[in-house]
Design a protein around this ligand. Structure first.
Ligand SMILES: [Zn+2]
Length: 348
């Protein structure tokens, strides 16, 4: 069938996002065609559009990783597989963004991001900024009725990554002090909510004063405007030693983040928005028994728990702005400006 899709044919500014007519084949065996209703943007969308030196994206491609929609057609064999989850034509579904083989050791051990053939919808294959997308039945989760399509889309990569960082990697315990950088970003908002839900004290940094109240509303106990004061000085002032730092800012903050950690502390990272090269004084690492933990994404299974917690109102995605699908370039511009507090979602 003919569909409209946003396409990236070459890397560059928002002008490289072009809406095109595209042929979408019928869904193959164990595949499903989903009518796209909402796609939430991530920082990853900017990398896909702008390109990353030394990394090859499969251009031309359709961007969009975090997709929610309605089942429109079933490929051979998929009806039986989905029936047990109550999914049929017309069901609203969340598309889990990670794609893996499903039968290697990593997949069977429950941490599919380590699968040798792991990929992400909208990064390593066509994504959801289109009328329709074909996905495997393994990627479908029935959308909880209490969540809107916009809310469900806003929960995927950020909460999955935050959950992996804090729960799986850093093994956060109640009562710990956690420093979360860039408190207005999607993944940091998810970290603040998850850390508070699990009984931690949360300190976060923001770049503008108008984000302070918003971060406090989320539950952050202390909010530091990092443009006005050095966050390490402020931590000293409020008398907080932190045992976990979430740092996806990278070169601007990393060295100070390490120094902020108490003995036995853990630094978790899932990105480097200000640059990937950092200098580390190894004496801080071994003398203080510090761990540096990296991750991207997380296990498909954890997404079920996240959606469940959100359905119960224990996690609440923050939406900065919703755009119609034909304004995808404007959504990219707002994401890139760092002005947003929360998620940018395109809907149709
Ligand atoms: Zn695998």
């Amino acid at each position: 069938m003919k569909i409209k899709a946003w396409r990236i044919e070459k890397h560059g500014g928002v002008e490289v996002l072009q809406r095109k007519d595209l042929d979408l084949p019928d869904p193959g065996p164990m595949q499903v065609r989903v009518k796209v209703q909402a796609v939430a943007l991530n920082h990853l969308d900017l990398w896909v559009r702008k390109g990353v030196p030394g990394h090859k994206f499969p251009l031309p491609m359709t961007p969009g990783c975090d997709v929610v929609g309605k089942v429109a057609a079933l490929g051979p064999g998929s009806a039986e597989s989905l029936a047990k989850d109550g999914i049929q034509v017309g069901s609203e579904v969340v598309v889990s963004p990670g794609v893996s083989c499903g039968h290697c050791e990593a997949c069977l051990s429950g941490f599919d991001p380590l699968c040798p053939s792991y990929g992400i919808i909208g990064e390593t294959m066509d994504g959801g900024c289109a009328d329709f997308i074909n996905v495997s039945v393994a990627n479908l989760i029935l959308k909880p009725a209490s969540l809107s399509v916009t809310q469900a889309a806003a929960l995927l990569i950020p909460y999955l990554t935050a959950w992996t960082m804090l729960v799986r990697k850093a093994q956060l315990k109640p009562g710990e002090n956690v420093l979360v950088h860039a408190g207005g970003s999607g993944v940091s908002i998810a970290c603040i909510e998850i850390a508070k839900m699990l009984g931690a004290t949360v300190i976060t940094t923001v770049g503008t004063d108008d984000k302070i109240a918003k971060a406090k509303q989320l539950g952050a106990d202390h909010v530091i405007n990092y443009k006005q004061t050095r966050f390490r000085d402020e931590l000293k002032k409020i008398g907080k030693k932190v045992s976990i730092v979430v740092d996806h800012v990278g070169s601007e903050t990393f060295a100070e983040s390490i120094k902020s950690l108490t003995w036995g502390g853990r630094l978790v990272t899932c990105g480097a928005t200000s640059g990937p090269m950092v200098e580390i004084d190894l004496r801080h690492i071994f003398f203080k028994n510090i761990s540096i933990l990296g991750t991207t994404m997380g296990s498909k299974g954890d997404l079920h728990e996240i959606l469940n917690l959100a359905a119960q109102g224990k996690l609440k995605p923050v939406i900065d702005h919703v755009y119609p699908m034909d304004q995808l370039p404007q959504a990219h511009e707002r994401l890139e400006s760092r002005a947003a507090f929360g998620k940018l979602v395109v809907t149709q």
